[in-house]
Design a protein around this ligand. Sequence first.
Ligand code: SDX
Length: 427
Amino acid sequence: MTKTATLALGGPAQDYAVLEGSIGPDVLDIRKLYARTGAFTFDPGFTSTAACESGITYIDGDQGVLLHRGYSIEDLARDSSFMEVAYLLTEGELPTHEELATFKYTISRHTMVHEQLMQFFRGFRRDAHPMAIMCGVVGALSAFYHDSTDIDDPKQRMIASHRLIAKMPTIAALAYKYSIGQPFIYPDNSLSYTGNFLRMTFAVPAEPYVVNPVVERALDRIFILHADHEQNASTSTVRLAGSSGANPFACIAAGIACLWGPAHGGANEAALNMLREIGTPDKIPHYIARAKDKDDSFRLMGFGHRVYKNYDPRATVMQQTVREVFKEMNVTDPIFDVALQLEEMALNDPYFIEKKLFPNVDFYSGIILSAIGFPTSMFTALFALARTVGWVAQWNEMIGDPEQKIGRPRQLYTGAPQRPFVPLDKR
Ligand code: SDX
């Protein structure tokens, strides 16, 4: 028996189907609303809107639950690798040993970029933000891979997906090397996905480079925590771009552009810059007061979330990882103490409790990435590297959805009604 909701809007009451998911909130199917009533729904930030059907990631913001294909982020962060999670998100199931070995081999076959693409970097200023470079270079991949842009061919979609997953670390490392004036380091496929990225980023031709296994594991876990997150702003951007039939490289470039914003993926860079600005624990009350001041646009970066109103399970894993990395690298960065005391004070402040503002994934990630040696300007590029796995999984799901059509929202028009044109000499 289909559940229904009845709505009377300027005419006879009509029933609308209520659709149930496997878990989580029901949805009201309003696809016939405009045809029946001539009215649109109004939901500018999509706070109450399900834009699609998906089986990839589930979030319960009140319970602090994050599942990828049904597996909890805590279990995946503890017991799996980023390549296993990449397989899980793109293929739908955890891989067997053989499936994982084949997947890793396939990805390793695409880690290099076209030699002419390497020339693109030399057109940027050395101080260009890595995200500006990522937007440009990832979009330019479509100029090199015409053989995997036919979105109606599942084989080409998967090749493009593998190319993107494989090349993001290379492109991110190239952007970093270019920004510090060091020579580019080619991939070494004898290393793990994450180890390869660490070597491309931090190795120099003048001396051997050995991947630190603790850092490799910590960064691999950070990639897992950032892999996918339901219909966040950048994933929705990728889906909307893909709904027009745009090629996958252009769609991922659009996702990178959206992720760059400080309210989204740019928050990890902003959060570390904020902690550095605070500097010492005695300054924390001043900044908390600023965050609460309606007349001050300052926000505590790394706090708050549209969905999580309890805590961000990724932040909990991230905090544990900070301790591991700091111990291994013998780091005593005072901003970790500032972060812990800021979190403690904010979580006991009525303003943050009432507005349900908790540390999110971006609050701690910057501290770890800084301890590993990444400059703050690289933080969002690393977020984009990891989130590419989720973006390609969501893009493939959208393209494969028989119900999908071009995304084309409407509006509440509050501009001028039609009026006669006034010639220039009469204005
Ligand atoms: C990510 O969607 C995703 O899943 C994103 C992400 C992912 O994995 O893809 O999880 C990654 O983007 C995490 C969020 C990173 N951004 C930040 O840390 C930036 C700081 N946080 C915010 O700007 C804010 O909390 C958002 C953008 C994250 C969420 O904004 P909402 O849900 O639109 O909530 P809101 O802006 O309407 O805020 C609700 C209230 C407001 O007060 P009132 O106007 O109701 O009085 O809370 C206040 C806000 O002023 N508020 C904050 C605050 N965040 C919200 N006040 C102080 N500090 C903050 N950080």
